[in-house]
Design a protein around this ligand. Sequence first.
Ligand code: AMP
Ligand code: ZN
Ligand code: ZN
Length: 305
Amino acid sequence: MKCKKCGREAIVKLRHYNLALCREHFIEFIEGRVEKAIKKFKMFKKSDKVLVAVSGGKDSVSLWHILVKLGYEADGLFIRTGKEGLIKIAERIVEENAKILERKLIKIDATEYFEGLSTGEIAKILRRPVCSICGTVRRYLMNKVAYEEGYDVVVTGHNLSDEATVLFGNILNWQIGYISRQWPYLPKTHEKFVPKAKPLVLNYEEDIRLYARVTGIKFLDTACPFSLDATTTVYKSYLTDMEKKQPGITIRFFTGFLRNKNKTFSAEEEDLKLKECKVCRYPTTEEVCSFCRLRGKVAKVVSKT
Ligand code: AMP
Ligand code: ZN
Ligand code: ZN
C-alpha cells in the first residue's frame, strides 16, 4: 500500500476518505483538517488568545499540540472535578504536556464550589446522571476562567464522531431546538460569554487516536469511569456500525448538516436571550444559572446531613 501523496509505504488506509498515507502525510493531513475547521468556521486568528480545555484524553491533548504547532497562542485549562483516582493521573498528564509545549496551564478545583464534593458525589446525592453534572460544571468554569483571564476563545476536544453522535441522537428524537443551536463555533452573544470552538470537528475519533500514537503524545487512555450516558453510547454504536458498512457516512452526514443547516433549521431557532444570573452575574437564559442552582441544591443537601 502506497501513500497517495508521495508513493512511499503507507502506514494507514483511511477508509472513510479512501486514502492511504505515509506517517508524514498522515500527520500533515490531520493538522490540515484542524486548520481547515478553524478557517471555515472563523473560529479564531493567530493573534487571538486561545484557552484549550484539556482533560488529559487523546482529543484535547492532541488538539493542544496541534494548535501550538500551527502557531496559535494556546494555553491549557484543567478542571479538577474530584480529589483522587483517575483525575489525579489526568492532571499529571496534562502538566507533563504543558511542560513539553512550554505553555501556561491554568488549573482549577471545581470541588471548592460544591462543599468539597466531586461531580460523582454530587450526582449520587442529587440522584442525577454524572454526565449532566460534569457538563454543567465544566461549561460554566471554562467560560468563567476564560473571561476572567482575558482569553478570546475556549476550545474543546470534541471530534467529528462526538458531534455526529449528538446530531444523530437529536434528529432521532427531533430535538429541533438543540439541532438549530449545534454548530462548531458559538460566537460572543453576551459581554461575559467567551466564544466556544471545536476545531477537531472535521476529524474522526479513530484518526485522532492514531495521530496521538504516531506522534508519541502522552495521554490518558482510559474512558471516563462514568462514561457517556447509556443513550449516547447506543447512538455512537449505531454510527460506528453504519460507518463499517458505508465508510465515510459519518463525515457525509455531519458536513451535509453543516451545509444545509441554515436552509433547514434556522426558521425554527428559538429566541434564547441571555441575561445575567442573579447570583453570579454570568450569562444565563434563566433568572439563576444552572451552576448556581446546582450549588444551592448541594449546599442544602449537605447542610441537612
Ligand atoms: P468529554 O465530555 O469528556 O468527552 O469531554 C469533552 C471535552 O471537554 C474534552 O475534549 C475537553 O476539551 C473538555 N474537558 C473534559 N474534561 C475536562 C477537564 N477535567 N478539564 C478541562 N477540560 C475538560
Ligand atoms: Zn507520503
Ligand atoms: Zn450563576
